[in-house]
Design a protein around this ligand. Structure first.
Ligand SMILES: [Zn+2]
Length: 264
């Protein structure tokens, strides 16, 4: 019995890392979301799907606890301010319009959308691991250009670069990398008549050559999928806090405060 309790305690501790101190509240929390959607019945829970009810609960928590919502282009202006959160969405799923947009409006919040340009019928998960190609991602509805236009015009969303095709960067030549990273920036800027100042590395996989391309091309920040709070000394390799569909509300709060996702 005691041994069982000890094991449960150990697992709980590894999951929640309760003994770690909270990170300073003056470090901006950059939240990473993908879809605001329900889990698919009879399928393995997906971290990429945060339910609309959970997303609302999270926005309400930030709002009730006096966090300021910012877009990524405003990151440096708020460097020393406490309780600053930047909501980010990767890829461009349609539920960002149908589910997230109204909730962001309701809570007077804003967000940055790292939009893939060739996002329709594109199963980019196969670019990382070819055996992943089950076509699920290609079938998932993505945002139309008209929806993106409305989101940007509202002032609630700003766009960030996430390449044309969501490639696996280590496989590309320098020329192709520049096309994907710099080319997609100017494409989005002219298509949506907006300024693109932040970039998200596809799959969060990148090397120092990729960071150099981003630095040299008028981006002022870039985000990764590494877990943690933002730090101005790594503005081109910013950490984010993953809002996972596998987490309950307590885990979400611990992640936000500690900037850490636990060991298991
Ligand atoms: Zn992505």
């Amino acid at each position: 019995m005691l041994a069982l309790l000890a094991i449960i305690f150990l697992l709980f501790s590894l999951k929640f890392a309760w003994w770690l101190p909270s990170q300073s509240l003056s470090k901006t929390r950059i939240m990473m979301y993908h879809m605001i959607a329900h889990q698919i019945p009879n399928k393995k829970r997906s971290g990429l799907r945060v339910s609309p009810a959970m997303f609302e609960k999270q926005l309400k928590w930030f709002s009730d606890n006096n966090w300021s919502f910012i877009k990524m282009s405003e990151l440096l202006e708020h460097e020393t301010q406490e309780k600053v959160v930047a909501i980010t969405f990767d890829d461009g799923y349609e539920d960002n319009y149908s589910e997230a947009f109204p909730l962001l409006k309701k809570y007077n919040a804003c967000a940055t959308l790292y939009l893939v340009i060739d996002r329709h019928q594109n199963d980019w998960s196969a670019k990382k691991k070819p055996k992943h190609n089950k076509g699920d991602l290609a079938k998932k509805s993505k945002l139309s250009d008209e929806q993106v236009e409305e989101m940007v015009t509202s002032g609630i969303f700003e766009l960030g670069g996430h390449t044309y095709s969501h490639p696996f960067l280590p496989n590309l030549s320098t020329e192709d990398k520049e096309h994907e990273m710099i080319g997609s920036k100017s494409f989005l800027e002219s298509k949506f008549n907006t300024n693109i100042s932040s970039f998200a590395y596809p799959f969060g996989i990148y090397g120092s050559a990729d960071v150099d391309i981003i630095k040299a091309s008028n981006f002022i920040s870039a985000v990764t999928t590494k877990e943690g709070v933002a730090s101005s000394d790594s503005i081109y390799e910013l950490k984010r806090i993953k809002a996972s569909g596998k987490d309950n509300f307590l885990t979400f709060k611990l992640r936000v405060l500690k900037g850490f996702r636990g060991f298991i």
